[in-house]
Design a protein around this ligand. Structure first.
Ligand code: ATP
Length: 320
């Protein structure tokens, strides 16, 4: 569905993106993950035919964004980081207007808007004026306008930014439901916000892809050398011995017990791979009770940050 080969984009003589190459298959939901300024918006704007590439090739459904921009635009639905909403219109009026702009007849637009309002859970605010909507509902209207013309590809720039935890869960469900009809690319700077939504994540740093994979592949890679914290009940010396013998374990250290109780011990384990299942199996076979096992999200985020942050010695944004 998307084929990008050696894309670069310069603003004047400052390179924002590239060289960037990746492809996305039909029906996939892919997350583009990077810190502010990494090049996410620029990449998405090129996909949406909102910006021309400086060099390289970008094809969507076989069509080149430079040679066939109008045909590409007809296939793409785009939610920019600031949704293009008209505050004085009602949700229904605005969506019919957006559908008409995309070339649908009035009859087709009205019937399509009915379906889209249901799919994006906007029924309760259909007749509300957009200026009255909360941020979460505005984002949903933004998504509704992006899908109203049945695009094959949906491009969403940080749709989760600024939402509260309940709205984040609802937005995840909404994006996952897009899978039935659309291929989707969605950007974010927070791993945990999109990790559950996407089939695959591309990590972008200084305009280049530095890691890609499914959530599990990426977590394993990001967590290489990471820590597992395990709380057990039983003989501490035996438990430590069993954990030390698990393949891939580098170091086992008893730390302050995570909960009170006789014979309760908490271990911090450094390993070169995800050892949670093997460690639990070894403990249970040794008749040690497993009370809790975790790899903290915070650590996942911090390792992502190490991957996503500009490398030491790299030029900062202001140096160009
Ligand atoms: P954010 O999450 O902050 O939007 P991003 O990952 O989307 O960041 P981009 O907005 O694509 O990153 O920006 C990539 C680089 O290009 C940054 O260094 C940015 O300052 C620069 N840039 C973006 N837009 C322009 C522009 N119109 N003119 C000049 N430089 C720009």
């Amino acid at each position: 569905m998307i084929e990008i080969q050696a894309l670069t984009k310069y603003y004047g003589d400052r390179k924002a993106v590239g060289p960037l190459s990746f492809s996305i298959a039909k029906g996939e939901i892919v997350g583009l993950l990077g810190l502010n300024g990494a090049g996410k918006t620029t990449t998405l704007r090129v996909l949406a035919c909102d910006l021309l590439p400086s060099s390289g090739s970008v094809r969507i459904d076989g069509l080149d964004v430079v040679d066939s921009p109008d045909e590409v635009r007809a296939k793409v639905g785009y939610l920019p980081d600031h949704p293009p909403l008209y505050d004085e219109m009602t949700v229904q009026e605005y969506l019919v207007f957006a559908a008409r702009l995309r070339g649908l007849s009035l009859e087709d637009a009205e019937s399509r808007v009915k379906d889209v309002i249901v799919a994006t859970q906007l029924t309760g605010v259909r007749d509300d004026v957009i200026s009255m909507l909360s941020h979460g509902f505005r984002q949903r209207v933004g998504i509704a306008q992006a899908v109203v013309h049945r695009p094959a590809l949906v491009v969403l720039d940080e749709p989760i930014a600024g939402l509260d935890p309940v709205q984040i869960v609802e937005m995840r469900e909404l994006v996952r439901n897009l899978r039935h009809e659309h291929t989707t690319i969605i950007s974010s700077h927070i791993l945990s916000e999109i990790s559950e939504t996407c089939d695959r994540i591309l990590v972008i740093r200084e305009g280049e892809i530095v890691a890609s994979g499914t959530e599990a592949e990426l977590s394993n890679r990001l967590l290489e050398g990471g820590r597992t914290v395990l709380t057990v009940r039983g003989d501490a010396v035996q438990a430590k011995g069993l954990l030390t013998s698990v393949k891939g374990v580098r170091q086992v250290e008893a730390i302050e017990a995570a909960e009170p109780g006789a014979d309760v011990v908490t271990f911090q384990i450094d390993a070169e791979r995800d050892i949670r299942e093997d460690a639990c199996r070894a403990l249970i076979l040794g008749n040690i009770g497993v009370l809790e096992v975790s790899r903290s999200e915070r650590e996942l985020e911090s390792i992502f940050l190490r991957l996503a942050k500009p490398q030491d010695g790299a030029r900062s944004q202001g140096d160009a």
